[in-house]
Design a protein around this ligand. Structure first.
Ligand SMILES: [Zn+2]
Length: 191
């Protein structure tokens, strides 16, 4: 099961341009602290108070809160943030996991985030470096099983070759990786 707090949320700047992807956990901090408003699929922006009053519908992801459940936002708007999108995707643990859709690249499982590791395809001890092309998301079991071997030596197969994202927008990669929320579409088409 996917960890709701680790799911991706599209972040827009003041001009409604996508600037990055964050996690539900971070988006909730922004929303609660009034740094951001949540945007629904009709494009309507709501502050935390108004958002928490929304119903959780069939098929929504939700978080438990005092007195009920909170619908998970897919898009947040930083209404005071002026900067424009980054040109490249930063190589971080979080972005790697987004690229691989939180899925073990060896066995295909999607465990909770805490049970996912980052695996060096060519192990560090053998000269493998920290690059998009040498790092993949792996479950704990596969990571342990592979140990200091290459995939060939461990008789394991990668679901696909790890790659460096070419575009400037993390969200397009996420959509390619299988994250697809209808709330994102209007903003990604425009950018
Ligand atoms: Zn695995």
């Amino acid at each position: 099961m996917t960890d709701v707090l680790g799911m991706p949320v599209l972040v827009l700047n003041r001009f409604f341009q996508p600037v990055q992807i964050t996690t539900v956990k971070r988006a909730m901090v922004l929303l609660y602290g009034d740094a951001a408003e949540a945007i629904d699929e009709e494009g309507e922006a709501r502050d935390f108070g108004a958002w928490r009053a929304l119903d959780v519908r069939e098929g929504d992801d939700a978080l438990p809160i005092v007195g009920g459940a909170l619908r998970v936002p897919r898009v947040v708007h930083l209404h005071r943030y002026d900067r424009t999108p980054r040109a490249t995707v930063r190589l971080t643990r979080r972005n790697l996991m987004f690229r691989d859709a939180h899925q073990c690249q060896y066995c295909g499982k999607r465990p909770a985030m805490r049970d996912l590791n980052i695996d060096h395809v060519l192990p560090r001890s053998r000269g493998g470096d920290d690059t998009w092309e040498n790092l993949v998301t792996a479950c704990r079991d596969c990571n342990l099983r592979k140990g200091w071997k290459t995939p060939d030596e461990a008789n394991m197969r990668l679901a696909r070759s790890p790659f460096r994202p070419k575009w400037s927008m993390t969200a397009q990669l996420l959509m390619g990786a299988g994250w697809r929320f209808k709330e994102w579409e209007a903003f990604l088409k425009a950018s």
